[in-house]
Design a protein around this ligand. Structure first.
Ligand code: HEC
Ligand code: HEC
Ligand code: HEC
Ligand code: HEC
Ligand code: HEC
Ligand code: HEC
Ligand code: HEC
Length: 438
């Protein structure tokens, strides 16, 4: 049985390296053997006490975001459709409905244990409408419970969980990876401790939320926020703040000429793709604070692009396949640019194949249609079976084009020391080409 205690720490003060007297006092309060000489050192890492943290200095500003519900007043069908997309669902308040991950009841029925020491465990609990992660160190009998405030990720590859400590945002130690992997320590965490202290910086939110205002904008790596965070990658992320647009059209209900909103269709291919590249690329060093970029702007004025001197992108393994991308699959543009389709066409960009307002994952027929906007069935090589060392050709229009021309590659999603052989999610290689038989 795992009690939650209160919302914060149950049995220890919230600092590491506390003086021995305090440890003994707390151990006594928790009913452990207070006389024990050397209590085992803590393996549960908590964030610094709030009082020890520098307070945010910024006052909340209003950049003019109104949120998707307001857009829905006049663009009802778009909103209804967009609501189902992974973009909209990529960050949300943590309710049991917001997650695909299994949480247990009162008993310890959903647990992830450290592969290094099984006495170090995280129990996942759904209680009182909340999602909890309870860290237990069976060696020191420590126990820490935190309630998730935010679910991060729609769940295709996985979901991680965040919590607030005052104005500071932290990641919880357990992450759920899509089946068949399941619960693991959060990616990149040491497995010999339970870390509740990892900050969630503005860059993280910039890609996974509409708007958040860093509490100290002078700092590049900042994890305090002032004002309301607007969760989800929603309408105004790609169309810019909508306040003036909405005010105009409310005041002029008969005007069908759009005012004060970014229409990506009117942008050049580079500027239109920059909207997507803000999040779907290795955008490099920050040149301006997170959340400065707006649709229509030149992305390179906000992010430097791949860092000079940075390790080169993973080598192409030589069989035409992408090297294994990481969970952030940030190579779509690099790969697309290498394709004959991109080089041979002046307009091909991300939205040639993706409708950002519709959930289309797995919809092979729709993607086939997008290919056929440029490729004429009559001029493709005839359909034939694999023969004499050549791959099969299925140009009947029914077989999914991308199964042969944009094969899936494994991601490094759950990679960890000793876990190399774990099953991994697969994502599409965006270098469109002719590959060996799938
Ligand atoms: C009070 C009504 C109203 C609201 C609310 C509203 N719009 Fe519009 N919007 C319009 C009208 C009218 C047009 C022009 C006709 C059309 O394209 O549908 C338009 C057009 C657009 C266009 C197309 C622009 C173009 O040049 O083709 C975009 C993009 C857009 N709106 C986005 C949004 C977003 C994002 C929101 C929420 C922030 C929003 N709208 C809220 C009325 C509204
Ligand atoms: C440069 C933009 C960017 C940054 C920074 C970023 N992400 Fe992501 N993240 C993405 C994109 C894009 C995807 C989707 C990849 C895909 O669908 O192929 C993603 C996917 C994810 C997923 C899996 C979502 C799912 O359901 O499949 C999780 C979890 C996640 N990110 C967490 C984080 C956390 C935590 C941070 C900060 C520590 C972070 N991301 C920083 C862009 C970003
Ligand atoms: C991920 C980026 C993204 C998001 C999120 C997004 N849009 Fe768009 N939107 C685009 C792009 C790109 C275009 C132009 C290409 C196209 O039509 O697909 C566009 C086109 C439009 C248009 C004009 C063309 C048309 O189809 O009528 C309207 C209106 C619009 N969006 C409204 C919205 C509303 C309302 C929302 C939220 C419910 C929204 N968009 C969310 C990227 C986005
Ligand atoms: C603010 C950051 C951001 C912007 C801008 C953005 N994306 Fe995304 N995109 C994400 C994140 C984060 C995810 C992963 C969502 C998840 O699964 O949690 C994602 C997922 C996707 C997916 C996978 C959807 C799925 O269900 O598998 C596609 C396709 C995609 N984005 C295309 C685009 C295109 C095209 C544009 C530009 C019009 C764009 N994105 C703009 C952040 C962004
Ligand atoms: C915007 C137009 C456009 C779209 C959309 C498009 N292509 Fe292409 N594609 C081209 C052009 C242009 C070429 C180069 C033709 C040439 O050189 O003769 C090409 C070449 C190719 C080739 C030959 C590749 C090589 O390396 O020789 C393949 C295969 C291909 N496309 C498949 C696809 C598939 C599959 C899709 C859909 C997922 C698609 N294309 C979508 C324009 C497009
Ligand atoms: C020629 C067509 C085409 C173009 C152009 C294209 N994509 Fe895709 N993309 C696809 C297809 C097909 C899938 C797989 C869709 C599915 O889930 O069934 C995909 C999947 C994705 C995913 C989810 C990863 C996965 O495989 O689950 C992301 C993210 C994405 N695309 C982003 C982009 C971005 C960003 C651009 C512009 C740089 C782009 N795409 C351009 C066809 C395209
Ligand atoms: C079963 C695998 C497979 C599928 C499905 C498939 N192709 Fe191909 N495609 C090939 C192979 C293999 C080649 C190389 C041509 C050859 O070997 O003669 C090719 C060649 C091409 C080319 C280069 C020009 C040519 O005709 O040789 C284009 C363009 C193309 N495919 C587009 C498509 C489109 C669009 C679709 C979906 C309607 C599609 N392919 C479906 C395997 C496939």
């Amino acid at each position: 049985m795992v009690g939650l205690g209160n919302r914060t720490l149950v049995c220890r003060p919230a600092v590491t390296g506390v003086i021995a007297v305090a440890v003994a006092a707390v151990a006594a309060a928790c009913g452990h053997d207070a006389a024990r000489r050397d209590p085992p050192p803590t393996r549960i890492v908590l964030p610094p006490l709030l009082a020890a943290m520098p307070a945010p200095t910024a006052t909340p500003i209003d950049p003019g975001y109104v949120g998707p519900e307001v857009c829905g007043e006049c663009h009802e069908a778009k909103l209804a459709s967009a609501r189902k997309t992974s973009h909209f669902r990529t960050s949300r308040p943590a309710t049991p409905d917001a997650t695909t991950a299994p949480f247990g009841g009162d008993a310890e029925d959903v647990v992830v244990a450290s592969p290094v020491d099984p006495r170090l465990r995280i129990v996942l609990l759904a209680q009182d409408g909340g999602l909890w992660q309870v860290g237990l160190d069976g060696r020191s009998q420590e126990r820490v419970a935190r309630k998730a405030d935010v679910v991060f990720g729609s769940g295709k590859l996985g979901q991680t969980f965040l919590y607030w400590e005052g104005p500071f945002l932290y990641e919880l130690p357990a992450t759920y990876f899509a089946p068949p992997v399941g619960w693991r320590f959060s990616p990149g965490y040491h497995e010999d401790q339970l870390d509740f202290s990892r900050p969630v910086f503005g860059q993280c939110l910039e890609c996974h939320a509409l708007w958040a205002q860093p509490g100290r904008p002078d700092l590049v790596y900042e994890h305090s926020y002032v004002g309301e965070v607007r969760w989800g990658v929603t309408c105004e992320k790609c169309h810019g703040p909508g306040r003036d647009h909405v005010a105009w059209h409310r005041a002029h209900p008969d005007d069908t000429e759009p005012h004060a909103i970014v229409a990506p269709d009117d942008l050049s291919r580079e500027r239109r793709d920059d909207i997507c590249m803000l999040c779907h690329s290795d955008h490099g060093e920050e040149l301006q604070p997170a959340f400065s970029f707006r649709p229509g702007k030149v992305l390179r004025e906000f992010y430097s692009g791949p860092r000079p001197g940075a390790p080169p992108p993973p080598p192409d393994p030589g069989n035409g396949m992408a090297a294994m991308p990481d969970v952030h699959s940030n190579n779509q543009m690099d790969r697309l640019r290498q394709s004959a389709c991109y080089r041979g066409s002046a307009e091909l960009g991300c939205v040639s194949c993706h409708d950002p307002h519709t959930y289309e994952r797995g919809d092979a027929a729709t993607f086939n249609e997008r290919c056929m906007a440029c490729h004429d069935a009559a001029t493709l090589s005839p359909t034939r079976d694999a023969a004499a060392g050549r791959a099969a050709v299925r140009h009947d229009g029914a077989a999914p084009c991308v199964d042969c021309h944009m094969p899936r590659a494994r991601t490094e999603i759950a990679q960890r020391p000793g876990g190399e052989d774990e099953a991994r999610a697969m994502i599409r290689d965006h270098k469109i080409g002719i590959y060996p038989a799938p």
